[in-house]
Design a protein around this ligand. Sequence first.
Ligand code: LMR
Length: 400
Amino acid sequence: VFEHILQASEDPILGVTVAYNKDPSPVKLNLGVGAYRTEEGKPLVLNVVRRAEQMLVNDKSRVKEYLPIVGLADFNKLSAKLILGADSPAIQENRVTTVQCLSGTGSLKIGAEFLYRHYNQHTILIPKPTWGNHARIFALSGIAVTSYRYYDPATRGLNFEGLLEDLGSAPSGAIVLLHACAHNPTGVDPTPQQWEKIRQLMRSKALLPFFDSAYQGFASGNLDTDAHSVRIFVADGGECLVAQSYAKNMGLYGERVGALSIVCRTPDVAGRVESQLKLVIRPMYSNPPIHGASIVARILKDSTMYQEWTVELKAMADRIISMRQKLFDALRNKGTPGDWSHIIKQIGMFTFTGLNRNQVSFMTEEYHIYMTSDGRISMAGLSSKTVPHLADAIHAAVTR
Ligand code: LMR
């Protein structure tokens, strides 16, 4: 009965790791998936996370009971506070419902399923380009996916005019996917002034903002600064959805811990929204896992641990910034043709290099450097030791 099934191709991002794992070369380098590595090229578990885990292990009163459908109450409250701000009027007025979900992807998915069932406009605009998984998450929930202009290859910056034009001609009420900060894959974010214009335009057309916040703390190194875009939308009193992930900023990739917050106009509506979110979640996976959310809750509620986390987070962000400078300097010193200043201007985990598909294949075949075919490199996977190898490969790719 399954003979007709065709072999599917690997995921454009996670498939890069599959190919990398098969390569026996000792100089191979995985700059595909956005996952932080140390200077030694090793995955990092934050000290504060280790400490929180130890506390959980030592706490003999802890049991492994099911969480409620919406997840760990403390985690949800603290997650909303982290993204919306401790003084958020929406939180104070009880207009926010937050549910614990399976990292960023799971949060987006629960949001998509909820919108399909309870929101009258089944169109979403996503930026062009965007994270490879966005379109499928929404399309498979029955939401029509179109795009808005975002990146300008000529300037390697934001196509702000194009963005405004496309949002301006979107159907009234359409959902708009926005990257809260550190846009993936381009590393290009609107300025605060541009965010304000986007907000005004979207509110004037009743477009519904759905933020993907996967890099809070990674763009500027400051958790509040990186939440600015979300907070201006919440401050105006209108509705808004936010998907949060703790994969990158707490290094909890495999724990799959995230949250979906829906900001409503009244507490009564928020309560009803939550009741419907439960009906989305229950048939999908019943209730979320307890371990990762307990780690996050421990860290967020203890001011010393929170402080320790921000220091470790800033250190990761700073190491990435120093890699940007090192790669830029290496290319300049080699006289590699082209203006590579976007490497130091773009923010977050990725550099959108401008290398084309052929150049990327060449770098993989000849230099064993693995990256997504759109030319995105994860700066978090780079170290001082591996920068020269990458610079050699880029130089060879653009001069051949
Ligand atoms: C990425 O873009 O590399 C990350 O968000 C990981 C993923 O799941 O794609």
